[in-house]
Design a protein around this ligand. Sequence first.
Ligand SMILES: Cc1cc2nc3c(=O)[nH]c(=O)nc-3n(C[C@H](O)[C@H](O)[C@H](O)COP(=O)(O)OP(=O)(O)OC[C@H]3O[C@@H](n4cnc5c(N)ncnc54)[C@H](O)[C@@H]3O)c2cc1C
Ligand SMILES: NC(=O)c1ccc[n+]([C@@H]2O[C@H](COP(=O)([O-])OP(=O)(O)OC[C@H]3O[C@@H](n4cnc5c(N)ncnc54)[C@H](O)[C@@H]3O)[C@@H](O)[C@H]2O)c1
Length: 436
Amino acid sequence: MGSELMKKYDVGIIGAGPAGLAAAFALQAQGKQVVMIESYLWGGTCPNYGCDPKKVLLAAVEAKEYAQLLQGKGVQGVPTINWPELMTSKKTFTDPVSRGTFGSVTAAGITTYQGKARFQSATEVLVANERITADNWIIATGARPATLTVPGGELAKTSEDFLGMEKLPASITFVGAGYVALELAVIANAAGSNVQILTHGETILPAFDQELVADFVEQLTQRGIKIVKNVAVTALAQQENTIEITTATENYRSEMVIAATGRPANIDDLNLDALDVEWSRHGIKVDQQLRTGAQNIFAIGDVADTAVPKLTPVGSFEGRYVAAVLAGNQEPIQYTAIPTVVYGAPKLAQAGAVATATTFDVTGWFTYRRIGENVAKVKIATNEVGQLIGASVLATEADQLINYLTNAINQKWTLADAQANIMAYPTMASDLQYFF
Ligand SMILES: Cc1cc2nc3c(=O)[nH]c(=O)nc-3n(C[C@H](O)[C@H](O)[C@H](O)COP(=O)(O)OP(=O)(O)OC[C@H]3O[C@@H](n4cnc5c(N)ncnc54)[C@H](O)[C@@H]3O)c2cc1C
Ligand SMILES: NC(=O)c1ccc[n+]([C@@H]2O[C@H](COP(=O)([O-])OP(=O)(O)OC[C@H]3O[C@@H](n4cnc5c(N)ncnc54)[C@H](O)[C@@H]3O)[C@@H](O)[C@H]2O)c1
């Protein structure tokens, strides 16, 4: 690792998550001299302690869910989740990621450094006592879980701790009711833990269609997940085997507390004060070409203050876009419709506009009745000429359907387009024509 002291690179990339890696491989393919710096695990949040391990754990929840939904319809007995075995299986996915990613990066001819990058000037970065110079820099340092700034807040664990825990606690309290809390709560609940969610606001998942959010929350409540709104946690204290959670109104207890109150950008160690770069609690400010105030420095992925959701495919899209800018593209970034999914049981998914939509209660439709869905709904928004502009889905397989609908939004489908495509029947895709 590390090489050729004082060599000058075309592009330096800080952070080897999905955003930085997409940029690195695209720039290397253009023939640029690329250097990449990572302080922790190569691959970043998503494959090591985010999306992928979460979805591996969810596979066990889904197996249980399908059996549960078909009770009395030909299936008897509901499987139980063996947490240590599931965690062993999860590790077969996550353990090889960092080494494998590092191997791919070096095999591509990209120079690598392990350590925290710190800007010395707009072209020079210090890492592990070495000075690295590049004409352009891309900051792709991602985000980390917010800590609870209350007395005893350090007792709270993070999503990364949850996704690596060897033993399932008897009870878990999540503080916050966003993606992280809801997804991990569903996993813990299905695996047999007593789960509660405490959130300081009234509205859950404000960016999603609130009719479907209400149905989603109702489903979680029926599973035994307790959700308490409008509650401000004021202190945590260890009491033998449990943590006491003090709030303004009531005290709660549980074996583990997970802070899931958002993800601030990783900018503290970068020495941005030395540069003409602005930032806020939402991340590094960028223009429509993802350039910071310093014209040779870009910010992409979770660390960038953009109006789009902070997701893996969005970060990769931005990484490839900046590589194109450095190859001469002058166009501002133009995002396609972005699908977002809360991976629970059921799943809640959305893409495009949420406004004025038609609701289809599809619970009784063949596709959903076949697997015994409790409640399944699809909401569709079209414009004045009948083109699809937005969609929301609540269903066990909402993550699949939302991708078909996202494609349809991007291609401005109307009923005629839906009918003009022959889809395998009977599937979610063959139902598309009934939504217009
Ligand atoms: C529990 C969880 C589940 C998620 N599930 C999903 C999902 O299902 N689908 C989805 O699309 N998204 C999901 N996300 C979000 C997704 O993981 C992020 O959007 C994505 O990883 C962002 O990529 P990134 O490259 O911008 O940042 P990251 O993946 O966070 O990578 C940034 C890298 O920069 C490194 N770094 C930080 N500071 C420095 C420094 N000073 N010097 C050098 N290196 C540094 C970090 O170590 C890290 O490896 C999930 C996130 C979490 C936490
Ligand atoms: N499926 C996915 O795509 C996925 C999964 C996990 C994470 N992510 C990404 O990670 C980001 C962060 O997720 P997150 O769930 O940590 O944050 P979030 O912003 O989605 O939710 C934070 C929640 O915490 C609440 N909250 C904030 N401060 C609080 C406090 N002091 N006390 C109680 N509640 C408080 C908020 O009201 C909100 O409900 C997401 O926005 C998303 O970009 C995506």
